[in-house]
Design a protein around this ligand. Structure first.
Ligand SMILES: N[C@@H](CCC(=O)N[C@@H](CS)C(=O)NCC(=O)O)C(=O)O
Length: 209
């Protein structure tokens, strides 16, 4: 498999899952601004939408969208811990968290990464919206569960972790949300997460295990 990625971007969730599953893959960096891969290929011929992630399967098929790639990886490895119970209810709840992460939480970071300074009013609005969405995650974790679906790490955690971790990049304190802060630290400490962070140049130390 080939994972098309940008360091620290949402594509890192696929990397975490690939490492969790012990699957071999080639990671190919993409310059999304210029539409080129690190090998000089036209990225739009791989993903016409131009953004990462894209996952190229062994037969050359391309999958895009975090909310599609991640459950695909879990479902095609049914014996793995990430597969979970995988009944209809599990799937629906996992999909709910993946959709929330994609369309609500991920998007709430958009203003901070727009590439231009925000006015005071824009910043206030963005902060309020982001706080509201982080509050939704706090609520989801409020019964003391270790991971967003319960006691077991799932692909929904991989995506949620990567997006919540951007709070560090933008200097947005998680102090008002203690469950979220502890959750982020818990997922960050997983060997696969540490290895993914290391591979993307976001961790200087050697992997934990
Ligand atoms: N809906 C897409 C969003 C992907 C996305 O926003 N990717 C960002 C990185 S996190 C990207 O490639 N941005 C660069 C660009 O759009 O040019 C998904 O979930 O896969």
């Amino acid at each position: 498999m080939k994972l098309y990625f940008k360091p620290g971007a949402c594509s890192m969730s696929s990397r975490i899952v690939l490492i969790e599953l012990g699957l071999p893959f080639d990671a190919i960096a993409v310059d999304t601004e210029n539409g080129k891969t690190e090998t000089g290929a036209d990225y739009r011929a791989i993903n016409p939408k131009g953004y990462v992630p894209a996952l190229e399967l062994a037969d050359g098929s391309i999958l895009t969208e975090n909310a599609a790639i991640l459950p695909y990886l879990a479902e095609t490895h049914p014996g793995s811990a990430l597969a979970g119970a995988r009944g209809p209810l599990h799937r629906a709840r996992e999909q709910a968290w993946l959709s929330f992460t994609s369309s609500e939480l991920h998007k709430a970071f958009g203003p901070y990464f727009s590439g231009r300074p925000l006015s005071d009013g824009e910043k206030e609005h963005a902060d309020r919206n982001l706080a509201r969405r982080i509050g939704d995650v706090e609520q989801g974790l409020s019964d003391g569960r270790n991971f967003i679906m319960g006691d077991t790490f799932t692909v929904a955690d991989a995506y949620l972790f990567v997006v919540l971790n951007w709070t560090g990049f933008i200097g947005f304190s998680l102090d008002p949300w203690p469950h979220v802060g502890a959750y982020l630290a818990r997922v960050a400490a997983r060997p696969a997460t540490r290895e993914a962070l290391r591979q993307e140049g976001l961790l200087s130390e050697a992997p934990a295990a």
